[in-house]
Design a binder for this molecule. Structure first.
Ligand code: ZN
Length: 146
């Protein structure tokens, strides 16, 4: 079995950045759009160690947290806290915390801000030598407005 040496090719221009609009391709939130809140780069599992990665999710361990999507709901139970200083027992309200979970970038696609289509990213080099991301549909630069 040929084992390819793992060359860590870090792309100079990341495909997905914070602030990008993305559309979800699969899963419960398929078709929904959201803004990338955070890009999570996971280190590869240490050799011989327990692999954190499940089969099928081979997208290099890069994940994105998209605002309002892939929500995990944490239910918190109402609790009665008995405090000796208070006469009345306090009830801590239960509720549902909604936390956006990271999802693999393979599950999302960047939406072009110019033509409003989910697009694959091309890379181009400007005359100034600057590398930019370009929409494959309309050729416009995909720059995150900050
Ligand atoms: Zn476009």
């Amino acid at each position: 079995m040929a084992v390819r040496s793992v060359v860590h090719k870090a792309p100079k221009v990341p495909e997905i950045r914070k602030g990008d609009t993305v559309v979800v391709l699969s899963g419960r939130d398929a078709g929904k759009r959201g803004t990338v809140e955070r890009v999570v780069r996971q280190e590869a599992a240490p050799r011989g160690g327990r692999s954190v990665f499940r089969r099928g999710s081979s997208a290099g361990g890069v994940k994105v947290v998209v605002e309002g999507l892939n929500i995990a709901k944490r239910h918190t139970k109402p609790r009665q806290t008995s405090s000796s200083t208070d006469r009345m027992p306090k009830i801590q309200q239960g509720g549902i915390l909604e936390i956006a979970q990271p999802m693999p970038i393979a599950k999302v696609m960047v939406v072009c801000s110019s033509c409003d289509k989910p697009t694959r990213i091309a890379h181009a080099t400007l005359e100034t030598g600057r590398r930019v991301r370009v929409c494959r549909h309309c050729g416009e630069q995909l720059e995150v407005k900050s």
